[in-house]
Design a binder for this molecule. Structure first.
Ligand SMILES: Cc1cc2nc3c(=O)[nH]c(=O)nc-3n(C[C@H](O)[C@H](O)[C@H](O)COP(=O)(O)OP(=O)(O)OC[C@H]3O[C@@H](n4cnc5c(N)ncnc54)[C@H](O)[C@@H]3O)c2cc1C
Length: 347
């Protein structure tokens, strides 16, 4: 299934496994199932810590990646190739004890989530936003055994796509109900699941002392302003709805002046690392609602918290222009799209 080069790379990655990982494959006589079985065998051949068993599952062909120690389960229904191959490799690594790159606080919040959360995520293998969502949900599933995620290749499971009226991907269902369409991060998923999270965050934000400079916006402009300000010794904070800004809506960037070619996850990670080189307080996933002047500037956030600062710099960039026509919000992601290669992928 995999060519020699990819097999070698996989072998190198799987050297990071620290504990056993089990694959459970559901296969039949179809060509796709044969390819999936062959992929499972390639994985097993790449590490002594991986084993495979065959068992009829809810969807065929599918492959579950299981940590037998605590029972976490990440499933791929269809063949996780194309953009989803990285999701498969990460699922193997995370299930096998390789550290998950999330803040310790976020990991703990995921671990403590009360209840059972079974996600089903419909993707197309050519969709560029899909792996980000799959990887976010898979990380959650690798942390908490009460959370599962199934990646479903819509092209192979057309009946489900029709039954569930799925018009674009990634489309996420939680416990059988529609949950989200389009890009969504781990923290955004958590905020939707953990109703008390916003209140707890607001309490913490209200404790912050007055900033010298508070930047609203975490795109390239906001990041540059914060770096400049922190370099001058000012007590600086960034409050941003989505750190990274608009660029996060795409994948390949080829005209960011002085960087001839890069991919957005790398660009955003570099942006964040550059800001973190300085003493900047990044308050991500926080939306500012209003600005008032009472001697100092008060910025009130959607979570209910208020931040004070001597100076406020607004770098809120741009967002999709809405037409405000009936049905626009209702059919967002179900036919209404704002950018064909960001949120308009169809199966
Ligand atoms: C699909 C796409 C592809 C692109 N490709 C390229 C490219 O290849 N090369 C290139 O140079 N440029 C590209 N751009 C343009 C580039 O993304 C923008 O020029 C750049 O992001 C502008 O940066 P900014 O910081 O001014 O604003 P933005 O990136 O828009 O950032 C705004 C920030 O403010 C935050 N924000 C907004 N309102 C609030 C609020 N109320 N409370 C808190 N935070 C808020 C947002 O969450 C975000 O963090 C592309 C844009 C898109 C959409």
């Amino acid at each position: 299934m995999l060519d020699a080069n990819v097999k070698n790379q996989l072998k190198t990655y799987l050297q990071n496994l620290k504990r056993p990982v089990e694959l459970v494959v559901s296969a039949d006589d179809s060509n796709k199932a044969k390819e999936l079985s062959s992929l499972a065998q390639d994985i097993v051949d790449s590490s002594d810590l991986v084993s495979v068993t065959y068992q009829q599952g809810k969807r065929t062909p599918s492959m579950s990646v299981i940590n037998p120690q605590n029972g976490t389960n990440i499933t791929f229904a269809g063949l996780p190739m194309g953009h989803e191959f990285t999701s498969l490799v990460l699922a193997l690594l995370h299930s096998g004890g390789h550290p998950i790159k999330l803040d310790e606080q976020v990991i703990e919040q995921i671990r403590q989530l009360p209840g059972e959360f079974h996600f089903e995520t419909y993707v197309s293998l050519s969709c560029q936003t899909c792996p980000e969502v799959i990887q976010a949900l898979n990380m959650m599933a690798a942390i908490n055994p009460n959370i599962t995620n199934v990646m479903i290749d819509g092209a192979l499971f057309q009946e489900e796509v029709t039954d569930r009226n799925i018009m674009s991907v990634p489309s996420v269902f939680l416990n059988g109900e529609a949950f989200s369409v389009g890009a969504i991060s781990v923290v955004e998923v958590l905020n939707k699941l953990d109703k008390n999270a916003a209140g707890r965050q607001a309490e913490q934000l209200n404790q912050k002392s007055t900033f010298d400079m508070l930047v609203v916006g975490g795109g390239s402009a906001g990041a540059a302003a914060a770096i400049y300000s922190a370099r001058k010794g000012l007590n600086t904070g960034i409050v941003a709805d989505k750190f990274g800004g608009q660029v996060a809506e795409t994948v390949g960037i080829e005209n960011f002046i002085s960087v001839s070619k890069t991919e957005v996850p790398k660009l955003v990670a570099n942006l964040e690392a550059h800001v973190k080189d300085y003493d900047v307080d990044i308050m991500a996933n926080q939306r500012a609602l209003s600005l008032a002047k009472n001697g100092l500037f008060d910025v009130t956030l959607e979570s209910g918290a208020t931040l004070s600062s001597k100076t406020v710099l607004l770098a809120t960039g741009a967002r999709w222009r809405e037409m405000n026509v009936p049905g626009e919000q209702e059919y967002r992601g179900k036919g209404v799209a704002y950018c064909p290669h960001c949120d308009g992928f169809v199966i």
